[in-house]
Design a protein around this ligand. Structure first.
Ligand code: ACO
Length: 319
């Protein structure tokens, strides 16, 4: 029994916001600096009041429609997010309520930018075990809420959005292999080190990052975990038709693809349009490449995430 993708959907809030527009809004930056260092040209920023569960709902409706599945048929809902609507209930339960599903198991996965790949990994295990038949797996983020807009080294990098897949139990492949890891000793190079305590935010509620340390770490683990995932499936990296790595920075993506021997013509890139949408980046890119016809049924897709924790993981699937 395999967990097979039955449908995909995504949602981006509002209109694209260009690098020049960020500069006009007061960020001390230039389009030239951002494009050269990161490849990012635009990102989408949610309006005040739009939450992760709102965007997850829109992406999920599109995924359910493309799968031909009704919300009440779902028996598992997992939302990957680091920007939940509330401390509790989980964003997955809030999404479940908006979808009108009652009874599915619903919970959040918190693995920052690896969250969607972690969540797919978990859903795959439930479906393969035979305990669950139809899963909704979502990555949804409003990272704009945790950015320090006075810190130009981080605020230009991120955007908001959501992506979703419907997985079904199937005798046709399906997710072929997974791999996932974490190294908590690296928690300090990318974090939001704040808490809510006694009605106050204590510590720092904004994203802080050691960009160069993250860059080096990301390239190494994205290579290692893709190799490991191919080994787990008994395949070579040359068997991969499409690589969809976490969309943080074009230079990280290009370095990873080069090390894996995968040409950039076989890599899906959306970082230029979306920026880094954390747990939403991989399903947003997957949806874009399916809807524009690049990804075809039967092709082998490698999804990869890396993010704060540090966490990293990969899922190799046959679409
Ligand atoms: N606009 C203009 N100048 C800037 C900006 C900006 N937005 N940000 C920094 N600078 C300046 C710095 O102040 C510095 O100036 P100085 O030399 O006068 O002090 C100069 O640019 C170089 O700064 P560095 O931080 O050394 O720049 P670097 O080449 O390392 O690039 C970057 C920074 C783009 C963040 C890079 O380190 C990177 O891509 N790291 C990966 C991090 C990443 O992608 N994180 C995403 C989240 S992690 C994840 O998703 C896994």
């Amino acid at each position: 029994m395999f967990a097979r993708i039955a449908g995909v959907g995504s949602y981006l809030p509002g209109l694209p916001v260009s690098n020049d527009e960020l500069a006009r809004r007061g960020v001390d930056t230039t389009d030239e600096w951002i494009v050269t260092r990161t490849g990012i040209r635009t990102r989408h920023l949610a309006e005040a009041g739009t939450t992760s569960s709102d965007m997850a709902f829109e992406a999920s409706c599109r995924a359910l429609e493309s799968a031909g599945v009704k919300a009440d048929e779902l028996d598992l809902i997992i939302v990957a997010t680091s920007t939940p609507d509330y401390i509790f209930p989980s964003t997955a339960c809030l999404l479940q309520g908006k979808l009108g599903n009652v009874g599915a198991m619903a919970f959040d996965v918190q693995a920052v930018c690896s969250g969607f790949v972690y969540a797919l990994n978990v859903a795959d295990k439930y479906i393969r075990s035979g305990s669950h038949k139809k899963a909704l797996v979502v990555g949804a983020e409003v990272f704009s809420r945790i950015l320090d807009w006075k810190d130009r080294t981080t605020c230009v990098l991120f955007g908001d959005g959501a992506g979703a897949v419907v997985l079904e139990a199937s005798e046709t492949p399906g997710i072929l292999a997974t791999a996932a890891h974490a190294d908590g000793s690296q928690n300090g190079i990318l974090s939001v080190p704040g808490q809510v305590c006694g009605g106050q935010v204590t510590g720092d509620p904004f994203l802080r990052m050691d960009g160069q340390a993250v860059f080096k770490f990301a390239v190494r683990v994205l290579f290692d975990v893709a190799k490991e995932c191919c080994d787990n499936a008994g395949l070579a990296t040359s068997d991969v038709d499409w690589l969809i790595p976490h969309q943080a920075n074009i230079r990280i993506i290009e370095s990873t693809a080069k090390k894996l021997g995968i040409p950039m013509s076989n890599v899906v890139v959306t970082v230029d349009q979306h920026g880094n949408t954390s747990a939403a980046s991989v399903p947003l890119a997957l949806d874009a490449a399916i809807r524009d016809g690049r990804i075809q049924r039967g092709q082998k897709i490698m999804l990869e995430g890396v993010g704060g924790g540090f966490t990293w993981g990969a899922v190799l699937l046959q679409f």
